[in-house]
Every structure is written in structure tokens, then in C-alpha cells.
Design a protein around this ligand. Structure first.
Ligand SMILES: NC(=O)c1ccc[n+]([C@@H]2O[C@H](COP(=O)([O-])OP(=O)(O)OC[C@H]3O[C@@H](n4cnc5c(N)ncnc54)[C@H](O)[C@@H]3O)[C@@H](O)[C@H]2O)c1
Length: 332
């Protein structure tokens, strides 16, 4: 199957591309490289440009009329940046998503898999959520995801476009073959910060220790990016079956296990060859206590379950952190 992946030069999109290639599919990449890396597009059909560029999207479909599905990963995705630059985030993620929807419909595309996020959920008393749990996006970034789900619900009701929104929990790890991983040396999520502290032999700062979780630190559902990639393939291959009698549907992609930041640090110290020390500070703008999934919708509809452990994710993230500068040589 030929699959157009917007944002396919980024962390998740590129890993989905590798997973698709390994399974015998053909990824076509559309990415403006604002945060993506050209190296991640090697050996893949690649169009450099913006999802809002209708002429470019038309060219992609003219040159690949056999594209069977689109996975829309392209977005700006850093919560604190979205707090500082809401206009940029709404413009790129919401206007960009709207424009892309228009271009896809014009080109006869009917299958869209959307990269949504668990950050749209309201924190629940027991920190677990299903797809039917109340939403309460706390940052402009999370708002852009909730808004696009709403937009896609309305658009899919009125047009032939069908949409599966995959609500990712907290991706960690890298392609187990180390073709792709986090391109950013200074990621803002917890494991990325633990690894930066470990590399620099400095203490790691737990941001937020007064959340109403068992140990006061934020809780997340860490999912290996290779498991996440596999779920995308299940989503495109089962798309028509899953959306047989509806026009759109959200599906949670998590492990079903909540891990606090303190537990993450403890797990890291079991995996790494030397421990990292943890110190404490207040939460960052836009931070939330966090949630994990208790839904079995992905298992039922996609036949998918996360297989890798948090230790696998930490190990692969660490390996990637050491390999990154060999894979990504051009740092312009
Ligand atoms: N990484 C996470 O923790 C996480 C969690 C939940 C959801 N998501 C979503 O998954 C998707 C991929 O995230 P990621 O972690 O790989 O981020 P990323 O920044 O590595 O990838 C996003 C890619 O989209 C490209 N892009 C951005 N705006 C574009 C535009 N207007 N036109 C064309 N290309 C554009 C960037 O260059 C980049 O390559 C995003 O939609 C993100 O919101 C990520």
C-alpha cells in the first residue's frame, strides 16, 4: 500500500515510514523540514514543503495516484513553545490541518489517520481515561489537537473523507534498527531531559512534585515509538473495516500502564550504566498531572497492543542518543 506521511521527516512520522517499508508498504513523505530531518527521508519519495501548499499536494497526488491513505503527523508539537507562541501553533496545526483536509478531499483521498494526543484529556481522579472521557486541553498545543478532531468530525460527516484520530500517549524509544529517533538533542519531555542530564552528568529536575499522584510527580503512559508505528500500519490496513459504519473515530494508543516521573527515573537507573540524580522544581507552563489509558479499543479494532516495555524504550532512547550524531550529520 502507498501511504502519504505528512511530517514524515520527523520523529514519529519517519519511524512510521521505516515500519511501513519493513512491512512492504511504500511511504511518500511531505514535510517542510521546520523540525524534520532530510536524512530521515533517504530512500523514500520526498516532497519538501508545507501541508498548506495546495499545488504541492496536487503534485504529490498527480505523481502518486495510487496513494491509498494519508497519515497526518505534520504539526508543531512542543507544549511550552505553544504557550509562548499560540498564533504560530494555531496557524500551523489548525489552519494547516484545515487546508490539508481541503487539498486531500480535492484529490479524492478518503482515508486519513490523524496524529492526535492524549494531552487533550481532562485529568481524571484515578488518572485513567478512555476515548469517551471528558476533554480539557490545557495548552494551545493540546487545543490544536482537540480542535482538529472536532474539525475532522464535521468534515468527515459532510464529505467522503474518513478520519481515524490516534491519540498518542507518551512516545519514547527509537527505531530498534536506529534508522530514526528523536532529532532534537534537547527534547522537553521527561525521558529526553533525564538522558540530557545523564549525558551531562548533571542532576535531573523533576518539574512538578505536588500533583495528586501517589508520589506527587506527573504520571504518563510511555509507549515505545515502534509499537506506535505498528499501530499506524494496523490503522491504515484495517481502516475501511474500522470505519465501516462511522465517519470518524478516536483511538487511544498507550500501554495501559501509568508511570510517574519518579518511577521513570528509577527505571532509568536500572537500565543505565550509571545513575542520574533527581532534584525537584515546580511545574512548567502548560504542564498537567497526566493520564494513562484504560481503553481496549485499539486491541479490539486494530488488533494491536503495545509489546515493548518501558525498559526497552529507555534502552533504545539511550542507544539513539549515542547514535544520533552519526545518523544526523548535517546540523545546519
Ligand atoms: N512526540 C510526542 O510526544 C507526541 C505525542 C502526541 C502526539 N504527537 C503528534 O505526533 C505528530 C508527530 O510528532 P513528532 O514527535 O514526530 O514531532 P516532530 O516535530 O518530530 O515531527 C513533526 C514533523 O512535521 C513537520 N511539519 C510541521 N509543520 C509542518 C507543515 N506545516 N507542513 C509540513 N511539515 C510540517 C516538521 O518538520 C516535522 O518533521 C505531531 O502531530 C504531534 O503533535 C506527538
Amino acid at each position: 500500500m502507498k501511504i502519504l506521511i505528512t511530517g514524515g521527516a520527523g520523529f514519529i512520522g519517519a519511524t512510521v515510514g521505516s515500519c511501513a517499508l519493513d512491512a512492504g508498504h511504500v511511504p511518500v513523505i511531505l514535510d517542510n523540514l521546520v523540525n524534520g530531518r532530510r536524512e530521515f527521508t533517504a530512500g523514500r519519495a520526498f516532497y519538501e514543503g508545507d501541508v498548506r501548499d495546495g499545488a504541492l499536494v496536487d503534485r504529490v497526488f498527480a505523481e502518486h495516484p495510487d496513494i491509498a491513505a494519508v497519515i497526518h503527523c505534520a504539526a508543531l508539537a512542543v507544549v511550552p513553545d505553544s504557550v509562548a507562541d499560540p498564533i504560530g501553533y494555531y496557524d500551523n496545526n489548525v489552519v494547516g490541518g484545515l487546508e490539508l483536509a481541503r487539498h486531500l478531499i480535492r484529490n479524492g483521498c478518503t482515508r486519513l489517520v490523524f496524529s492526535s494526543s492524549a494531552s487533550i484529556y481532562q485529568t481524571a481522579d484515578d488518572f485513567t481515561v478512555t476515548e469517551d472521557s471528558p476533554l480539557d486541553p490545557q495548552s494551545p498545543y493540546a487545543q490544536t489537537k482537540a480542535m482538529m478532531e472536532r474539525v475532522f468530525a464535521d468534515v468527515s460527516a459532510a464529505t467522503p473523507l474518513r478520519v481515524l484520530s490516534l491519540r498518542y500517549f507518551n512516545p519514547i524509544g527509537a527505531d530498534p534498527e536506529m534508522r530514526t529517533g528523536l532529532q532534537n538533542r534537547r527534547p522537553t519531555h521527561a525521558l529526553g531531559k533525564v538522558i540530557q542530564a545523564w549525558k551531562a552528568r548533571e542532576p535531573f529536575t523533576i518539574t512538578g512534585t505536588d500533583w495528586p499522584t501517589a508520589d506527587g510527580s506527573g504520571i504518563r503512559d510511555y509507549i515505545h515509538v515502534w509499537d506506535l508505528a505498528a499501530a499506524h500500519l494496523a490503522a491504515v490496513t484495517r481502516f475501511d473495516q474500522v470505519l465501516a459504519d462511522r465517519t470518524c473515530l478516536p483511538i487511544n494508543l498507550g500501554t495501559g500502564r501509568g508511570t510517574t516521573v519518579r518511577e521513570l527515573v528509577a527505571e532509568f537507573n536500572r537500565v543505565a550504566d550509571r545513575p542520574v540524580e533527581a532534584i525537584e522544581a515546580g511545574p512548567r507552563p502548560g504542564d498537567v498531572a497526566g493520564v494513562y489509558t484504560r481503553s481496549d479499543r485499539a486491541a479490539q479494532l486494530l488488533g494491536w497492543k503495545a509489546e515493548r516495555t518501558i525498559a526497552d524504550g529507555i534502552r533504545d532512547s539511550l542507544t539513539w542518543a549515542q547514535r544520533r550524531d552519526h545518523v544526523l550529520t548535517d546540523d545546519a
